[in-house]
Design a protein around this ligand. Structure first.
Ligand code: ADP
Length: 496
């Protein structure tokens, strides 16, 4: 039976999972990545540490499955998106720390570009708002600030890439400099209609073309590994983590939608062969390029999702572990009119209010810890419902169900409330490692382990379906009250 090795290089850890031909995980290895916060708002990773960790867990996962490189039909990579690495082509050494997607150091540069009236141009070409979240201004920052970097970049001595490119380079012993259109579509440098680097945008951000990776399909054999312990395996799948999860959830036709309940929440909807521009402040992104077709997606993010449960645990000390929130919430039949708005770092889509701050409203003498816990859990669902409302307004096809994954999707209480609120079934898959599974499926498709998208869709196994059950009027009332609570949280941190 063929096996596929998925490399899932996330923000907090590097993971490797071996999948069998049925798409079931057979072994896993994981190593944490050190987070560096050298200044307020700055977040860095050591690209060499990422590489060493990723290689280490890959070899470990193979060992645990008692498999060797020859037993692996292909490798698929899923990666933390937008994180920028600049390295020396001759030595393969990074020229500085990797600037992580969360890093805000280029926020002022983005504001200046916006003030110059360039926002609409970037949005039209790339599908993205001008925000420091994306890689383009991060690489521009490195070229400005790392001594000698610009001259060396212009001389063709340096390479830029997101984490997928970096791993491909290292895995091939420095012979392959590539990325996929999904990762490229997060850089602010890539025209998502032409599927090509955009010279005008490169000029505005002063990024030399010589730095950029070649863009290859997300599912295609792009090269072969050439490192000890892992030699001779086809590199056949590349996708950013959220795109990989969309693929892993078998959201393979327009309208199919997934929501990941991790630290934050990421909702992506497959919009098919056409990029759909958003009027509700969502992002237009490339999903993947496979079998000659390009698939686009609409995306919205909630900054604080499962993290509100961590706050109950670490900040309020109401619970000792995340799963305990469900027992505490179950001590009350409902939130008793309490709403928690976890706008700890502002609000993401569709509100985009960086000055919003967290608030709890509706507290009375009868309010208990149970009510707060329940309201905190429900806040994850309310925020996700706001995303879906924006998607329904933007996208031509309305989703018939919501496919879910991520740590907090383990909460049955949250998932039932989510179904009630969305008015569509919430579907939890058997394999919740959807990011790694998506990378494996892209690679397996290219390597011929699976022949078609239809075969992949057939392999999507459901663990549980939560049907909407609450009276619609009741949910409308709650949604209206939530909106009023959000208004209370907005525009709070004036002058900060
Ligand atoms: P990430 O990939 O962003 O690190 P995960 O997908 O691992 O996140 O999900 C972790 C999040 O899920 C945490 O914020 C945690 O609070 C939440 N979580 C984990 N288990 C549960 C549970 N049983 N009920 C509710 N929330 C949970």
């Amino acid at each position: 039976m063929p096996h596929i090795l998925a490399l899932d290089e996330g923000t907090t850890s590097a993971r490797a999972i071996v999948f069998n031909g049925d798409g079931r995980p057979v072994s896993l290895a994981q190593k944490e990545i050190t987070q560096h916060f050298p200044r307020p708002g700055w977040v860095e990773h050591d690209a060499m540490e990422i590489w060493a960790a990723q290689l280490g867990v890959a070899v470990e996962a193979l060992g645990r499955a008692s498999l060797g490189p020859r037993d692996i039909a292909a490798i698929g990579i899923a990666n933390q998106r937008e994180t920028a690495v600049l390295w020396d082509r001759a030595t393969g050494a990074p020229v500085g720390p990797a600037i992580v997607w969360q890093d805000r150091r280029t926020a002022d540069a983005c504001s200046r570009l916006e003030a110059d009236g360039l926002g609409p141009l970037f949005r039209e070409r790339t599908g993205l708002p001008l925000d420091s979240y994306f890689s383009g201004t991060k690489v521009a920052w490195m070229l400005e600030r790392v001594p000698g970097a610009r001259a060396r970049a212009e001389a063709g001595e340096l390479a830029f890439g997101t984490i997928d490119s970096w791993l491909l380079w290292k895995l091939t012993g420095g012979t392959l400099h590539a990325t996929d259109p999904g990762n490229a579509s997060r850089t602010l440098l890539f025209n998502i209609r032409d599927l090509a680097w955009d010279d005008e945008l490169l000029g505005i951000l002063r990024v030399p073309r010589a730095l950029l990776p070649r863009v290859v399909p997300s599912a295609a054999v792009a090269g072969e590994t050439a490192v000890p312990g892992l030699a001779g395996i086809p590199l056949a799948g590349i996708a950013g983590d959220q795109q990989a999860a969309l693929f892993g959830q078998a959201c393979l036709s327009p309208g199919l939608t997934k929501n990941t309940y991790g630290t934050g929440c990421f909702m992506l909807q497959n919009t098919g062969a056409v990029p759909v521009a958003s009027n509700n402040r969502l992002i237009t992104t490339v999903g993947w390029q496979a079998n000659g077709d390009v698939t686009y997606a609409l995306e919205g993010a909630v900054f604080v999702g499962g993290a509100v449960i961590q706050w109950l645990r670490d900040g309020l000390k109401l619970i000792r572990s995340a799963p305990e929130v469900n027992d505490l919430a179950a001590t009350v039949p409902d939130s008793g009119g309490v709403f928690v708005v976890p706008a700890f770092t502002g609000l993401g889509a569709p509100h985009w209010d960086p000055r919003a701050r967290g608030t709890i409203v509706g507290i009375t003498r009868g309010t208990t810890a149970g009510h707060i816990a329940r309201a905190a859990l429900e806040s994850i669902a309310f925020q996700s419902a706001d995303l879906l409302r924006a998607m329904r307004a933007d996208a031509p096809a309305a989703p018939a169900e919501m496919r879910v994954d991520g740590g907090a999707c383990r909460s049955d209480l949250l998932m039932q409330f989510q179904a009630d609120l969305l008015g569509i079934p919430v579907v939890r898959p058997e394999v919740t490692e959807t990011t790694a599974l998506g990378a494996a499926r892209l690679a397996g498709l290219a390597a011929g382990v699976w022949r078609s998208a239809g075969e992949l869709a057939g392999g999507h196994r459901v663990e549980r379906r939560f049907e909407p059950g609450a009276p619609a009027g009741r949910m409308d009332e709650l949604a209206a009250a939530w909106s009023r609570a959000v208004e209370r949280a907005k525009d709070w941190a004036r002058g900060e």
